[in-house]
Write a protein that binds this ligand. Structure first.
Ligand code: PMP
Length: 446
């Protein structure tokens, strides 16, 4: 079937229909419309809902549930690396020995033993000097982003970010209607002149948001020099920095990057951490590590939001980390993901036509592709879905000015053979798009 010329959502819907899930969706939709006709009053939502849109990406991810699709779209860790049976044992042990505590409400700040483990790990790995009292356990680091928005952002406040940046942060902060300023970013991080220029010229700057290690979406990592400059500038202009660091430990080459928080003597850097990529995301365990001046406010907001993160999940995680070697698990993940990254890079090198460039991340889960400027990654997605390959068009990762010729590829969730096959098919789609975009040949005069 040719999907050319259709809108992205429509094309995705057609594929969705093939999976027969569409029937359920249509049924639900007609039910809603019928209810409306029966005189149901139109809901009056908050004005912020006017600017919030469901992203195409959710539609893409639904399609990727079809096992025939080779999906480079999500950011899923490899499920075969989850220590499911060891976690089952720990869960049984926690419930048998401390069931009444594990199933009870608990402090908003988090289970103290887990806060201790987090502070110790951060101090050992990232050379910070955190006390357990400076850690707030959150329901994933995504909640850390939501709380950050609530804590700092009024409508029109300015957030400085890398260009491109993490889509989940754009979505979390957009609820508060900020004004985004994308700072020019290269392979070493934000360009210092551009950052200082932004800090000097914009009023109401509330946050500098960064994913400095193996960034989502580009896989890029900040150099030490840029980190130091960022800390100096944040201190000079007294702007807090959000160091969002889910991927730092998923490092394949060389030494671990340096933590921005460890370079900061002013307590201006707030670090968001998570067990999602180094342990398992389904437990939804993350943390905010910050000076008490900030942390105490985060605690108040979290209390208002969900009282606390699941007690039993925190206790299971703490028990696992006391009885098992998490560092060993992480090393295994690094080895597996390194091979998958290598497979993707060699396939891209072998298959992609000239004019296509891509990043070479030294860790993390993603790499970033730039197509020739004549191509639109959303059109390419429609074509590549015909080949049963999915990815995320890059436009969504720019909060102000999407670059249409970019896309994000994930390599953590699939064995090497499928990665290689997926890249081969993607390259076929790119070549076809280039053919379509090429101006018609002038007729040869005879
Ligand atoms: N920050 C970044 C940069 C991410 O890529 C993600 C997950 N994809 C998160 C935060 C949220 O992760 P979690 O809530 O699972 O900790």
């Amino acid at each position: 079937m040719h999907l050319e010329g259709l809108t992205l959502s429509f094309a995705v819907c057609i594929l969705y229909q093939r999976q027969e899930l569409f029937r359920t969706r249509t049924h639900l939709k007609s039910k809603i419309i019928t209810q409306g006709r029966n005189g149901t009053v139109e809901p009056r939502f908050a004005s912020r809902m006017g600017i919030l849109r469901a992203s195409d990406i959710r539609e893409i991810l639904k399609v990727t549930q079809n096992p025939e699709i080779i999906s480079f779209a999500g950011g899923l860790p490899a499920p075969e690396l989850f220590p499911a049976s060891a976690i089952a044992e720990r869960a049984a042990e926690v419930l048998a020995s401390q069931g009444t505590v594990a199933l009870q409400y608990s402090p908003t700040e988090g289970f103290f033993a887990l806060r201790q483990i987090i502070a110790e790990r951060m101090n050992t790995i990232w050379h910070t000097q955190l006390m357990p009292e400076e850690i707030l356990v959150t329901t994933g680091s995504q909640q850390g982003l939501d709380l950050t928005g609530k804590l700092f952002l009024d409508e029109g406040d300015v957030v400085l970010c890398e260009s491109p940046t993490y889509l989940g942060a754009i979505m979390a902060f957009n609820v508060f209607k900020p004004h985004w300023v994308e700072v020019a970013t290269d392979d070493e991080g934000m360009e210092p002149e551009a950052l200082e220029d932004a800090l000097r010229t914009h009023e109401r700057i509330k946050l500098i948001y960064t994913v400095p290690n193996f960034q989502n979406p580009t896989g890029r990592t900040w150099s030490d020099q840029r980190r130091e400059r960022l800390v100096q500038l944040a201190a000079k202009y007294e702007v807090p920095v959000i160091e969002d660091n889910p991927y730092g430990e998923v490092c394949f080459e060389g030494t671990l990057p340096r933590a921005i928080q460890a370079m900061d003597s002013r307590g201006l850097v707030i670090c968001l951490g998570t067990f999602s990529k180094i342990f398992c995301p389904g437990l939804r365990l993350g943390w905010v590590a910050a000076n008490r001046r900030y942390l105490d406010k985060y605690v108040i907001l979290k209390q208002a939001g969900d009282l606390h993160t699941s007690t039993v999940d925190q206790m299971i995680a703490a028990s696992y980390m006391k009885t098992h070697d998490l560092e060993n698990d992480i090393q295994h993940k690094r080895d597996v993901y390194r091979k998958r990254r290598d497979a993707m890079l060699s396939a891209l090198e072998a298959e992609m036509p000239r004019g296509v460039s891509f990043t070479r991340p030294k860790g993390g889960l993603f790499l970033w592709v730039e197509l020739p400027t004549s191509l639109d990654a959303r059109q390419l997605l429609i074509r590549s879905l015909e080949q049963h390959v999915a990815f995320v068009p890059g436009e969504a990762f720019f909060p102000t000015s999407g670059r249409k010729n970019t896309l994000r590829l994930n390599y953590s969730n699939m064995p090497e053979a499928r990665i290689i096959e997926g890249v081969r098919r993607l390259a076929v789609a790119v070549r076809k798009e280039l053919e379509v975009g090429r101006p018609a040949q002038a007729p040869v005069s005879v």
